[in-house]
Write a protein that binds this ligand. Structure first.
Ligand code: ADP
Length: 294
């Protein structure tokens, strides 16, 4: 910039000196110099504008990165809060059940009820720990899968049967086409299925209906989990698959969770060469549809 200012100054001085020569020559040279001067001026202004634009672009970039970092830090803090709660509450509940059984003589029926609650809490804890371990393995890029041909119809039946017992607050209907075979890592399918069922229960009111479909269509095996819950707005449809992402504000949210479930589901589905789509259910709720090559 400084160099260009100096050149401009030189040009102007040359122009002033010319006024002592032949008037015609002075006019011609003057015009030429005037043009050069104007061109230089435009160049400097152009460079200035480009410089300002680059500066504004860099500023916007820094601002966006900063905003993303703050959002991630917020999500991680939320994750720490929810994980602490999620780990502590089933442990406290199991401890209470065991203490009650130890201290009091209870009728057989009551004992069974307390034991089944404790088992339910153990399942919850187990599911949570599995999700944390899976997320950590995914993060460390050392995630191995072991696909094998599996009768996915039978496996879905088995998983659904135990889910119906666990989530007895909701009603389930199913339409499972028999003997569909796909190549998939069995334990990955457990995680995918259980995370989707757990969400459909968590985000729909007690007593509402959850429908499970498994069918073969156009060479693909499709699993659909349809609920009649709160649904997911179009703006949030992409976000919910991000790690730690949970819709809404942490302080006012009532449901428990860590924001890991759908991140894991998407990763596992894609790792097994499948795809996941999310649609609105009618009149309300969500449909998560997973497709694998059959
Ligand atoms: P978590 O349920 O532990 O919060 P997920 O990763 O499983 O985490 O889900 C991310 C977010 O997506 C949830 O917090 C919730 O806001 C939204 N979500 C997931 N499944 C459903 C569903 N079936 N209906 C409505 N919202 C859902």
């Amino acid at each position: 910039m400084m160099k260009q200012n100096n050149e401009l100054y030189k040009l102007k001085s040359e122009f002033n000196l010319l006024h002592h020569e032949d008037p015609q020559l002075v006019i011609e040279k003057g015009n030429e110099l005037e043009k050069k001067f104007h061109l230089r001026k435009m160049m400097i202004i152009g460079e200035g504008v480009v410089f300002m634009l680059l500066l504004a672009g860099a500023f916007a970039q820094v601002r966006n990165t900063f905003k993303k970092e703050v959002a991630l830090a917020d999500q991680q803090t939320n994750f720490m809060h929810s994980i602490t709660h999620e780990l502590k509450s089933p442990v406290a509940s199991i401890k209470l059940s065991l203490e009650t059984l130890k201290l009091r003589e209870l009728e057989k029926e009551k004992q069974l009820e307390i034991l089944s609650n404790a088992l339910h809490d153990t399942d919850r804890l187990n599911h949570l720990l599995e999700n944390i371990l899976l997320a950590a393995q995914i993060e460390n890029y050392n995630f191995q899968i072991h696909p094998e041909p599996i009768n996915i119809s039978d496996l879905t039946h088995t998983l659904l049967k135990s889910s119906i017992q666990t989530f007895n607050t909701h009603s389930f209907t199913q339409s499972i086409q028999p003997n569909l075979i796909i190549s998939i890592d069995k334990s990955n399918y457990y995680s995918i299925f259980l995370n989707l069922i757990e969400n459909s229960v968590k985000y729909s009111p007690p007593g509402s209906l959850i429908k499970i479909f498994l069918e073969k269509r156009e060479g693909l095996v499709l699993l659909s989990v349809c609920d009649q819950g709160i649904g997911i707005s179009d703006d949030e449809k992409q976000n919910i698959f991000k790690k730690f992402y949970r819709i809404g504000k942490e302080e006012i949210r009532k449901t428990k969770g860590t924001g890991l479930g759908l991140f894991i589901v998407k990763y596992l589905v894609e790792k097994n060469k499948g795809a996941i789509t999310l649609k609105n259910n009618i009149p309300k709720g969500s449909i998560f549809e997973i497709s694998f090559y059959g």
